[in-house]
Design a protein around this ligand. Structure first.
Ligand code: KG4
Ligand code: ZN
Length: 349
């Protein structure tokens, strides 16, 4: 039986499902009314004892949480199943078991409701998250995507028109934050905890390197910074203040490196708009420094509000809506893509 696909003009209200890692995110986005519901269940407590995400536990917990969260979301949006015009789910990249939960539930709901479904690229979701805000960036722009799994600079000319300018050759920025936080004895997830500790640090007590900034190009490398942190921690007489000083120096090095590369990318492309998204874009220090850079360059920086920096269903609903509106369809046998290059996506034009 083939679902009764509705005409593209009628597509207005989308259920979005995010399950690529350790957050079950469900949202309902309406083309005219905006975000009607945003539900998030974080598995942080579940993985904390292990110091990182345990993929099998993540999958099992998504299974437990996903349907109740969909119900909660429909209630929050005061929306019946007849009012949902399509379902968007994260198709990749991410943990395969976790992705399979969201894609199976998403495609089953779409099939049962007789509406189309669409698999969304997780990083496209992050990239478009600033579009959930009132002030949306116009194309073209440069996007800095900084999450736990990816660090990328992308030239964005439209939805699906992505030119990769540079990326991390090893650890992602978020991953470096998390690993350094672990070395400092902070609990998972370390990124936000390290940032908080850095607030108490004394500037100039340590100086960390700014990797790959002394040579041309837009690629990143953060694993050396983590090793530098490990050596500094090994050689230091640890007190709470020393810990905070190291956190400060580490954060400053990552932020400076990202700012230097953003400035370079803007210069190379001649663009004046910068979008920053992904979990690390919640870092206040990074947001402030990039705002300062863009002021100097007489350009503008756009970020999602804090709730939509880290993983969420709203960004998936938004990206899925754009793709469904453009007439993108998928086969009933669509499968997940744990690895999926962003620049392989199709343009909507
Ligand atoms: O986008 P996201 O929620 O998940 C992935 O797609 O990976 O990003 C999570 C990453 C984690 O590494 C986390 O430590 C980092 O974002 N993160 C932060 C902050 N908030 C989240 N890193 C630095 N400062 C923060 N305030
Ligand atoms: Zn993410």
């Amino acid at each position: 039986m083939t679902p009764n696909f509705i005409s593209i003009e009628e597509l207005m209200r989308i259920l979005g499902i995010e399950t690529s890692c350790d957050e079950t995110g469900i949202a309902i986005y309406d083309d005219k009314l905006g975000l009607l519901s945003h539900q998030l269940y974080s598995q942080v407590d579940l993985h904390a004892d292990y110091g990182g995400v345990v993929p099998e536990l993540a999958s099992r917990d998504h299974v437990r949480k996903i349907v109740p969260l969909v119900q909660e979301s429909m209630k929050e949006a005061n929306c019946s199943k007849e009012e949902i015009d399509g379902v968007a789910y994260t198709q990749g990249p991410g943990l395969i078991g976790a992705l399979l939960v969201g894609s199976s539930v998403g495609r089953s709901l779409a099939f049962a409701w007789g509406v189309p479904s669409v698999g969304v690229h997780h990083m496209e979701g992050h990239l478009l998250a600033p579009m959930l805000e009132d002030e949306k960036p116009e194309f073209p722009f440069v996007a800095l995507l900084v999450s736990g799994g990816h660090t990328m600079l992308v030239r964005v000319d439209g939805i699906g028109e992505y030119e990769l300018l540079g990326e991390s050759l090893d650890d992602a920025a978020g991953e470096a934050f998390d690993k350094t936080a672990k070395l400092l004895g902070l609990d998972y997830p370390g990124g936000p905890r390290l940032a908080k500790l850095a607030d108490k640090g004394e500037p100039s007590s340590y100086h960390f390197p700014r990797p790959m900034t002394d040579r041309p190009g837009l690629d990143f490398s953060f694993s050396g910074l983590k090793t530098y942190a490990a050596n500094t921690i090994r050689d230091a007489e640890m007190t709470e203040q020393v810990k905070a000083n190291i956190a400060f120096a580490f954060q400053q090095a990552v932020v400076d490196t990202l700012v230097i590369k953003c400035r370079r990318a803007l210069k190379e492309t001649g663009l004046k708009r910068l979008v920053i998204a992904g979990g690390v874009s919640a870092n206040i220090h990074l947001r402030n420094e990039l705002a300062e850079l863009m002021q100097k360059l007489r350009g503008k920086v756009y970020y999602p509000s804090l709730a939509y920096c880290t993983d969420n269903g709203a960004m998936i609903a938004y990206a899925g809506l754009q793709r469904l509106k453009a007439g993108q369809t998928e086969s009933i046998a669509a499968s997940v893509k744990p690895r999926w290059p962003l620049d392989s996506l199709s343009s909507l034009n």
